[in-house]
Design a protein around this ligand. Structure first.
Ligand code: HMG
Ligand code: MG
Length: 297
Protein backbone atom coordinates (compact mmCIF):
# COMPACT_ATOMS: atom_id res chain seq x y z
CA UNK A 1 0.00 0.00 0.00
CA UNK A 2 0.87 3.67 -0.18
CA UNK A 3 1.00 6.18 2.70
CA UNK A 4 -1.79 8.78 3.09
CA UNK A 5 0.72 11.50 3.72
CA UNK A 6 4.35 12.02 2.72
CA UNK A 7 6.85 14.28 4.46
CA UNK A 8 8.64 16.25 1.77
CA UNK A 9 12.13 17.31 2.85
CA UNK A 10 13.24 20.25 0.70
CA UNK A 11 16.96 20.31 -0.15
CA UNK A 12 17.03 22.92 -2.95
CA UNK A 13 18.67 25.67 -0.91
CA UNK A 14 21.51 23.35 0.18
CA UNK A 15 21.98 20.42 -2.22
CA UNK A 16 20.61 22.56 -5.03
CA UNK A 17 22.82 25.58 -4.62
CA UNK A 18 26.06 23.94 -3.42
CA UNK A 19 26.93 23.03 -7.01
CA UNK A 20 25.93 26.25 -8.78
CA UNK A 21 28.59 27.75 -11.05
CA UNK A 22 27.45 31.33 -10.56
CA UNK A 23 27.50 32.69 -7.04
CA UNK A 24 23.94 33.16 -5.82
CA UNK A 25 23.58 36.33 -3.71
CA UNK A 26 22.57 35.79 -0.07
CA UNK A 27 19.45 37.92 -0.59
CA UNK A 28 18.26 35.51 -3.31
CA UNK A 29 18.81 32.54 -0.98
CA UNK A 30 16.83 34.32 1.74
CA UNK A 31 13.94 34.85 -0.64
CA UNK A 32 14.16 31.23 -1.85
CA UNK A 33 13.93 29.82 1.68
CA UNK A 34 11.11 32.20 2.61
CA UNK A 35 9.19 31.18 -0.50
CA UNK A 36 9.71 27.47 0.27
CA UNK A 37 8.29 27.96 3.77
CA UNK A 38 5.41 30.06 2.42
CA UNK A 39 4.60 27.23 -0.03
CA UNK A 40 3.96 24.97 2.96
CA UNK A 41 7.25 23.16 3.42
CA UNK A 42 7.88 22.08 7.01
CA UNK A 43 11.43 20.79 6.45
CA UNK A 44 13.81 23.07 4.57
CA UNK A 45 17.52 22.28 4.62
CA UNK A 46 18.94 25.77 4.35
CA UNK A 47 22.72 25.56 3.99
CA UNK A 48 25.95 23.82 5.06
CA UNK A 49 28.62 24.63 7.61
CA UNK A 50 31.30 22.76 5.68
CA UNK A 51 34.78 24.12 4.89
CA UNK A 52 34.13 27.22 2.78
CA UNK A 53 37.18 26.35 0.65
CA UNK A 54 35.43 23.10 -0.28
CA UNK A 55 32.01 24.62 -1.06
CA UNK A 56 32.39 28.37 -1.69
CA UNK A 57 28.79 28.60 -2.85
CA UNK A 58 27.55 28.13 0.75
CA UNK A 59 30.25 30.20 2.48
CA UNK A 60 27.55 32.72 3.47
CA UNK A 61 25.78 30.19 5.75
CA UNK A 62 25.97 32.37 8.90
CA UNK A 63 24.79 35.50 7.05
CA UNK A 64 21.91 33.57 5.48
CA UNK A 65 20.67 32.19 8.81
CA UNK A 66 21.06 35.58 10.45
CA UNK A 67 18.94 37.19 7.73
CA UNK A 68 16.32 34.43 7.97
CA UNK A 69 15.97 34.61 11.76
CA UNK A 70 14.66 31.70 13.83
CA UNK A 71 12.75 28.90 12.08
CA UNK A 72 8.97 29.53 12.27
CA UNK A 73 6.98 27.26 14.62
CA UNK A 74 6.50 23.82 13.15
CA UNK A 75 9.20 24.30 10.52
CA UNK A 76 12.49 22.39 10.62
CA UNK A 77 15.46 24.23 9.14
CA UNK A 78 18.36 21.80 9.38
CA UNK A 79 21.88 22.59 8.19
CA UNK A 80 24.53 20.15 6.99
CA UNK A 81 27.61 19.78 9.24
CA UNK A 82 30.66 17.61 8.51
CA UNK A 83 32.50 17.84 11.84
CA UNK A 84 32.77 19.52 15.25
CA UNK A 85 33.85 22.84 13.71
CA UNK A 86 30.69 22.79 11.57
CA UNK A 87 28.54 21.98 14.60
CA UNK A 88 30.07 24.87 16.55
CA UNK A 89 29.32 27.25 13.68
CA UNK A 90 25.76 25.90 13.51
CA UNK A 91 25.26 26.31 17.26
CA UNK A 92 26.57 29.89 17.07
CA UNK A 93 23.94 30.54 14.39
CA UNK A 94 21.18 29.20 16.66
CA UNK A 95 20.11 26.22 14.56
CA UNK A 96 17.89 23.54 16.13
CA UNK A 97 18.72 20.64 13.80
CA UNK A 98 21.81 19.43 11.98
CA UNK A 99 22.34 16.84 9.27
CA UNK A 100 25.47 14.70 9.35
CA UNK A 101 26.63 12.68 6.36
CA UNK A 102 28.48 9.48 5.60
CA UNK A 103 29.20 7.45 2.50
CA UNK A 104 28.53 3.82 1.69
CA UNK A 105 31.81 3.72 -0.24
CA UNK A 106 35.43 4.22 0.78
CA UNK A 107 36.33 6.36 -2.25
CA UNK A 108 33.55 8.88 -1.71
CA UNK A 109 34.23 9.06 2.05
CA UNK A 110 37.76 10.17 1.15
CA UNK A 111 36.70 12.56 -1.61
CA UNK A 112 33.81 14.16 0.25
CA UNK A 113 35.06 14.11 3.85
CA UNK A 114 38.81 13.53 3.48
CA UNK A 115 38.48 10.54 5.84
CA UNK A 116 38.21 6.77 5.56
CA UNK A 117 34.73 5.34 5.91
CA UNK A 118 35.36 4.14 9.47
CA UNK A 119 37.08 7.39 10.49
CA UNK A 120 34.11 9.34 9.15
CA UNK A 121 31.63 7.15 11.06
CA UNK A 122 33.57 7.67 14.29
CA UNK A 123 33.69 11.43 13.65
CA UNK A 124 30.01 11.76 12.87
CA UNK A 125 29.07 9.72 15.94
CA UNK A 126 30.97 12.25 18.06
CA UNK A 127 29.32 15.18 16.29
CA UNK A 128 25.81 13.69 16.52
CA UNK A 129 26.29 12.90 20.22
CA UNK A 130 27.50 16.44 20.91
CA UNK A 131 24.58 17.88 18.92
CA UNK A 132 22.04 15.86 20.86
CA UNK A 133 23.66 16.88 24.15
CA UNK A 134 22.91 20.46 23.03
CA UNK A 135 19.28 19.50 22.46
CA UNK A 136 19.47 19.49 18.67
CA UNK A 137 17.69 17.05 16.39
CA UNK A 138 19.96 15.09 14.06
CA UNK A 139 19.36 13.80 10.54
CA UNK A 140 21.82 11.45 8.84
CA UNK A 141 22.66 10.90 5.17
CA UNK A 142 24.20 7.87 3.53
CA UNK A 143 25.65 8.80 0.14
CA UNK A 144 26.30 6.48 -2.81
CA UNK A 145 23.73 3.91 -1.64
CA UNK A 146 22.99 2.57 -5.12
CA UNK A 147 26.21 3.01 -7.06
CA UNK A 148 29.44 4.99 -7.02
CA UNK A 149 31.26 6.56 -9.99
CA UNK A 150 34.63 5.16 -8.85
CA UNK A 151 33.65 1.84 -7.27
CA UNK A 152 30.63 0.87 -9.37
CA UNK A 153 28.07 -1.34 -7.66
CA UNK A 154 27.53 -0.87 -3.92
CA UNK A 155 26.77 -3.74 -1.54
CA UNK A 156 23.38 -3.16 0.16
CA UNK A 157 24.87 -4.74 3.32
CA UNK A 158 27.33 -1.83 3.56
CA UNK A 159 24.49 0.69 3.15
CA UNK A 160 22.67 -1.13 5.96
CA UNK A 161 25.76 -0.99 8.19
CA UNK A 162 26.23 2.77 7.67
CA UNK A 163 22.49 3.42 8.19
CA UNK A 164 22.63 1.51 11.48
CA UNK A 165 25.69 3.51 12.56
CA UNK A 166 23.74 6.73 11.93
CA UNK A 167 20.73 5.40 13.80
CA UNK A 168 22.93 4.34 16.74
CA UNK A 169 24.48 7.81 16.72
CA UNK A 170 21.01 9.26 17.34
CA UNK A 171 19.90 10.28 13.86
CA UNK A 172 16.10 10.27 13.90
CA UNK A 173 15.83 10.40 10.10
CA UNK A 174 18.22 8.52 7.82
CA UNK A 175 18.26 9.59 4.21
CA UNK A 176 19.44 7.11 1.58
CA UNK A 177 21.29 9.13 -1.04
CA UNK A 178 21.47 8.19 -4.70
CA UNK A 179 24.16 10.81 -5.11
CA UNK A 180 24.70 10.24 -8.85
CA UNK A 181 21.19 9.14 -9.79
CA UNK A 182 21.96 5.56 -10.86
CA UNK A 183 19.31 3.79 -8.77
CA UNK A 184 16.48 1.93 -10.47
CA UNK A 185 13.44 0.40 -8.74
CA UNK A 186 15.14 -2.99 -8.37
CA UNK A 187 18.18 -1.61 -6.57
CA UNK A 188 15.94 0.54 -4.37
CA UNK A 189 14.06 -2.56 -3.18
CA UNK A 190 17.35 -4.45 -2.65
CA UNK A 191 18.67 -1.69 -0.37
CA UNK A 192 15.40 -1.25 1.53
CA UNK A 193 15.23 -5.02 2.07
CA UNK A 194 18.78 -5.05 3.47
CA UNK A 195 18.15 -2.31 6.06
CA UNK A 196 18.01 -3.07 9.75
CA UNK A 197 16.83 0.39 10.89
CA UNK A 198 13.06 0.92 11.15
CA UNK A 199 11.51 2.07 7.87
CA UNK A 200 9.72 4.91 9.74
CA UNK A 201 13.15 6.48 10.20
CA UNK A 202 14.10 6.19 6.52
CA UNK A 203 13.99 8.91 3.88
CA UNK A 204 14.97 8.59 0.22
CA UNK A 205 17.12 11.10 -1.64
CA UNK A 206 17.18 10.60 -5.38
CA UNK A 207 19.09 12.56 -7.97
CA UNK A 208 17.37 12.43 -11.35
CA UNK A 209 20.37 11.93 -13.65
CA UNK A 210 18.78 9.04 -15.57
CA UNK A 211 15.14 10.06 -15.12
CA UNK A 212 14.46 7.30 -12.59
CA UNK A 213 13.82 9.39 -9.48
CA UNK A 214 10.01 9.28 -9.59
CA UNK A 215 9.88 5.53 -10.30
CA UNK A 216 12.34 4.97 -7.46
CA UNK A 217 10.25 7.12 -5.15
CA UNK A 218 7.05 5.24 -5.90
CA UNK A 219 8.65 1.87 -5.19
CA UNK A 220 10.14 3.22 -1.95
CA UNK A 221 6.68 4.41 -0.85
CA UNK A 222 5.27 0.98 -1.67
CA UNK A 223 7.93 -0.45 0.65
CA UNK A 224 6.96 1.69 3.64
CA UNK A 225 9.03 4.86 3.22
CA UNK A 226 7.10 8.09 3.91
CA UNK A 227 9.77 10.81 3.80
CA UNK A 228 11.11 11.99 0.44
CA UNK A 229 13.87 14.51 -0.25
CA UNK A 230 13.47 16.79 -3.27
CA UNK A 231 14.72 20.13 -4.56
CA UNK A 232 12.70 23.04 -5.89
CA UNK A 233 12.81 22.97 -9.68
CA UNK A 234 15.24 20.03 -9.66
CA UNK A 235 18.18 22.13 -8.52
CA UNK A 236 21.24 20.29 -7.43
CA UNK A 237 24.28 18.15 -7.69
CA UNK A 238 27.29 17.38 -5.60
CA UNK A 239 30.60 19.13 -6.24
CA UNK A 240 32.56 16.09 -5.03
CA UNK A 241 30.77 13.42 -7.08
CA UNK A 242 31.35 13.00 -10.80
CA UNK A 243 28.14 13.00 -12.84
CA UNK A 244 25.87 14.11 -10.02
CA UNK A 245 23.05 16.22 -11.46
CA UNK A 246 19.91 17.70 -9.98
CA UNK A 247 17.75 16.22 -7.26
CA UNK A 248 14.25 14.94 -7.91
CA UNK A 249 12.25 18.13 -8.56
CA UNK A 250 9.80 18.95 -5.78
CA UNK A 251 7.15 19.87 -8.37
CA UNK A 252 7.47 16.50 -10.15
CA UNK A 253 7.14 14.76 -6.78
CA UNK A 254 4.09 16.83 -5.76
CA UNK A 255 2.40 16.20 -9.11
CA UNK A 256 2.68 12.45 -8.62
CA UNK A 257 1.80 12.36 -4.93
CA UNK A 258 -1.17 14.70 -5.10
CA UNK A 259 -2.65 12.81 -8.06
CA UNK A 260 -2.29 9.60 -6.04
CA UNK A 261 -4.33 11.24 -3.28
CA UNK A 262 -1.28 11.49 -1.01
CA UNK A 263 -1.15 14.76 0.90
CA UNK A 264 2.04 16.75 1.50
CA UNK A 265 0.91 20.14 2.79
CA UNK A 266 3.00 21.78 0.06
CA UNK A 267 1.31 23.94 -2.57
CA UNK A 268 2.25 22.94 -6.14
CA UNK A 269 1.40 26.28 -7.77
CA UNK A 270 3.47 28.19 -5.22
CA UNK A 271 6.39 25.85 -5.88
CA UNK A 272 6.11 26.25 -9.65
CA UNK A 273 6.13 30.02 -9.26
CA UNK A 274 9.13 29.80 -6.94
CA UNK A 275 11.12 27.61 -9.32
CA UNK A 276 10.21 29.75 -12.34
CA UNK A 277 11.50 32.77 -10.39
CA UNK A 278 14.65 30.87 -9.36
CA UNK A 279 15.28 29.90 -12.99
CA UNK A 280 15.38 33.58 -13.92
CA UNK A 281 17.81 34.22 -11.05
CA UNK A 282 20.10 31.44 -12.31
CA UNK A 283 19.69 32.40 -15.96
CA UNK A 284 18.65 28.96 -17.19
CA UNK A 285 15.42 26.95 -17.31
CA UNK A 286 14.50 24.46 -14.60
CA UNK A 287 14.99 20.81 -15.59
CA UNK A 288 11.65 19.95 -13.93
CA UNK A 289 9.06 18.61 -16.38
CA UNK A 290 6.20 19.88 -14.24
CA UNK A 291 7.66 23.39 -13.89
CA UNK A 292 8.01 23.55 -17.69
CA UNK A 293 4.52 22.19 -18.28
CA UNK A 294 2.85 24.64 -15.90
CA UNK A 295 5.13 27.67 -16.40
CA UNK A 296 6.72 27.43 -19.87
CA UNK A 297 9.92 29.52 -20.02
P1 HMG B 1 39.86 18.86 5.87
O1 HMG B 1 40.58 19.66 4.85
O2 HMG B 1 40.34 17.44 6.14
O3 HMG B 1 39.74 19.67 7.24
O4 HMG B 1 38.36 18.82 5.40
P2 HMG B 1 40.65 19.62 8.54
O5 HMG B 1 39.88 18.99 9.63
O6 HMG B 1 42.00 19.09 8.20
O7 HMG B 1 40.79 21.19 8.87
C1 HMG B 1 41.55 22.05 8.01
C2 HMG B 1 41.10 23.50 8.20
O8 HMG B 1 39.75 23.64 7.83
C3 HMG B 1 41.18 23.99 9.64
O9 HMG B 1 41.50 25.39 9.61
C4 HMG B 1 39.79 23.88 10.13
O10 HMG B 1 39.43 24.75 11.18
C5 HMG B 1 38.98 24.22 8.88
P3 HMG B 1 42.99 25.90 9.90
O11 HMG B 1 43.31 25.37 11.27
O12 HMG B 1 43.83 25.27 8.82
O13 HMG B 1 42.84 27.40 9.78
N1 HMG B 1 37.66 23.59 8.94
C6 HMG B 1 36.49 24.24 8.83
N2 HMG B 1 36.19 25.53 8.63
C7 HMG B 1 34.87 25.84 8.58
N3 HMG B 1 33.87 24.94 8.74
C8 HMG B 1 34.15 23.65 8.93
C9 HMG B 1 35.50 23.25 8.97
N4 HMG B 1 36.11 22.07 9.15
C10 HMG B 1 37.41 22.28 9.12
N5 HMG B 1 33.16 22.76 9.08
C11 HMG B 1 36.02 18.53 5.84
C12 HMG B 1 37.43 17.98 6.05
C13 HMG B 1 35.05 17.50 6.34
C14 HMG B 1 35.88 19.83 6.64
C15 HMG B 1 35.83 18.82 4.33
O14 HMG B 1 36.08 17.62 3.65
C16 HMG B 1 34.43 19.32 3.98
O15 HMG B 1 34.06 20.43 4.32
N6 HMG B 1 33.65 18.48 3.25
C17 HMG B 1 32.30 18.81 2.86
C18 HMG B 1 32.09 18.53 1.38
C19 HMG B 1 30.64 18.82 1.02
O16 HMG B 1 30.03 19.76 1.49
N7 HMG B 1 30.08 17.98 0.12
C20 HMG B 1 28.75 18.13 -0.32
C21 HMG B 1 27.73 17.74 0.71
S1 HMG B 1 27.40 16.01 0.79
C22 HMG B 1 26.20 15.72 -0.45
O17 HMG B 1 25.93 16.59 -1.22
C23 HMG B 1 25.47 14.41 -0.50
C24 HMG B 1 24.03 14.50 0.01
O18 HMG B 1 23.28 15.43 -0.74
C25 HMG B 1 23.35 13.13 -0.10
C26 HMG B 1 23.55 12.45 -1.46
O19 HMG B 1 23.12 12.99 -2.49
O20 HMG B 1 24.16 11.37 -1.42
C27 HMG B 1 24.00 14.92 1.47
MG1 MG C 1 22.34 15.00 -2.71
Amino acid sequence: GLPDRVRVYEVGARDGLQNEKTLVPTAVKVELVQRLVAAGHTAVETTSFVRPEWVPQLADAAELLDALGPAPDGVRMPVLVPNRRGLDRALAAGVREVAVFASATETFARRNLNRSLDESLAALTEVATAARAEGLAVRGYVSMCFGDPWEGAVDPAVVARVATALHDAGASEISLGDTIGVATPGSVVAVLDALVVPVDAVAVHFHDTYGQALANTLVALQHGVSCVDSAAGGLGGCPYAESATGNLATEDLLWQLHHLGISTGVDLDAMVATSAWMATQLGRPSPSRVVNALAPP
